[in-house]
Design a binder for this molecule. Structure first.
Ligand code: ADP
Ligand code: MG
Length: 236
């Protein structure tokens, strides 16, 4: 399969506070890799650092995408190289229609991508991407946007949070579609989604404390389930 993403020794501080330390993570081509961890463990911060979001430049370590060091590259350069992120909290874009949004950088037919996230294109393509859409609708549209990009690596940050009406089967279809053309790093609390991954990593206190077979990582995650991470590593 070959390695697509290789993260070594990544360390990140935000506002002078250490958030991530010594992160080693590899994702192979075609792999579904699940990232587990309590709230506050650093999962979203890791996704932002991988995507190259402003303010999330790591202080240590490096990020290789397909063998190329992208650690110092800004977000748009990483996007050009096939990285895409679906945010935990999707943004609103006043003045942009759903059709416009899906067309930006999109390689696939917007209507087809909407259908794959369970939205009827005729009901949504002409609508503005603003507060008239529910949070769940925006999350689906954002997933459709990631599908349209055909990314080499899709970073999905809790794609089902807030869209309980998106069924397990539907999200599995989205993940399957993304894996056809690349790899997926999926942040989720849903055990069933995690169980279907190729590999999993558990983040705790900003460190990877367990990685490998999903069943083993899920078991470790459940053994001492923290509701909220206090920033300290508690279970190795
Ligand atoms: P998760 O996605 O696993 O719930 P986050 O990555 O959102 O965790 O947050 C990890 C930790 O980093 C939390 O303690 C959070 O408060 C802190 N954090 C996130 N963003 C910032 C920031 N911009 N400045 C300071 N601390 C932050
Ligand atoms: Mg998060």
């Amino acid at each position: 399969m070959g390695t697509l993403l290789e993260v070594t020794g990544l360390g990140l501080a935000l506002g002078g506070r250490p958030i991530l330390a010594g992160i080693d993570l590899t994702v192979a081509r075609g792999e579904l890799h699940v990232l587990l961890g309590a709230n506050g463990a650093g999962k979203s911060s890791l996704a932002y650092a991988l995507m190259g979001c402003a303010g999330y430049r790591p202080q240590a370590g490096r990020i290789l995408l397909d063998g190329e060091d992208v650690t110092a590259l800004p977000l748009h350069e990483r996007a050009r190289r096939g990285l895409a992120l679906a945010w935990q909290e999707p943004a609103r874009f006043e003045g942009l229609t759903v059709a416009d949004y899906l067309a930006i950088g999109g390689r696939r037919e917007p209507a087809e991508c909407l259908r794959e996230v369970g939205l009827a294109p005729e009901d949504y393509l002409g609508r503005p991407l603003d507060k008239t859409l529910s949070g769940g609708e925006r999350k689906r549209i954002e997933l459709a946007g990631v599908l349209a990009l055909e990314p080499r690596l899709a970073l999905l940050d809790e794609p089902t949070a807030g869209i309980d009406f998106l069924s397990q089967a539907e999200i599995e279809d989205v993940i399957r579609a993304l894996r056809r053309q690349g790899a997926v790093l999926l942040i989720t609390h849903q055990e069933r989604l995690a169980a279907g991954a190729d590999r999993a990593s558990q983040l705790c206190g900003g460190r990877i404390v367990c990685a490998g077979e999903p069943a083993a990582v899920i078991a470790n995650y459940k053994a001492r389930r923290c509701r909220r991470c206090d920033g300290e590593t508690c279970n190795g």
